[in-house]
Design a protein around this ligand. Structure first.
Ligand SMILES: [Zn+2]
Length: 155
């Protein structure tokens, strides 16, 4: 059987998120290893999981492996309504946000500064409030998943 191994690797890694446990911040996690053996070996070769050979029923996920697994799971398996859920905005914040042209809104969300990554990136919008006449957008960095915020001053 010929198939796209990279694609299988990607989906398997994404599914590992669902069976991951023992997550320790920056130290990865563990995951049950009931997946295709060859795939697990390839993921090991890619440095995403520990060597799957052994009696333990679970494998270790490296930090990189865990984070990748989490974002792939969100990408492939989260329902659209949840990933793009209309964020939790106050009425005033929603009005202000909707006054901004769509293209500009997209630009704003794609150009946030993430202090955790130390680079610019995109924000997954979660909340919007008005404070001191400024629109404050809160969400998470699409790269690292940590909290980021963006303030838009009143014109
Ligand atoms: Zn980040």
């Amino acid at each position: 059987m010929k198939y796209d191994e990279d694609k299988v690797d990607e989906f398997t890694l994404a599914l590992l998120y669902l069976v991951s446990h023992g997550r320790e911040e920056s130290l990865g996690a563990r995951a049950w290893k009931g997946f295709d053996w060859d795939t697990l070996n390839r993921l090991h070769d890619k440095g995403l999981i520990s060597n799957p050979v052994g009696k333990a029923k679970s494998i270790g996920m490296t930090e990189e492996g865990f984070l990748k697994s989490q974002s792939l799971f969100e990408k492939h398996f989260m329902k659209k309504a949840e990933t793009l859920a209309f964020p939790d905005f106050t009425v005033a914040a929603k009005q202000r946000w909707q006054q901004i042209p769509e293209k500009t809104r997209k630009d704003i969300l794609d150009n946030i500064w993430c202090p955790h990554c130390g680079t610019g990136g995109s924000m997954q919008l979660k909340k919007g409030v008005i404070e001191d006449r400024c629109l404050i957008l809160r969400g998470t960095c699409k790269k690292c998943g940590k909290d980021v915020a963006r303030l838009i001053e009143s014109e």
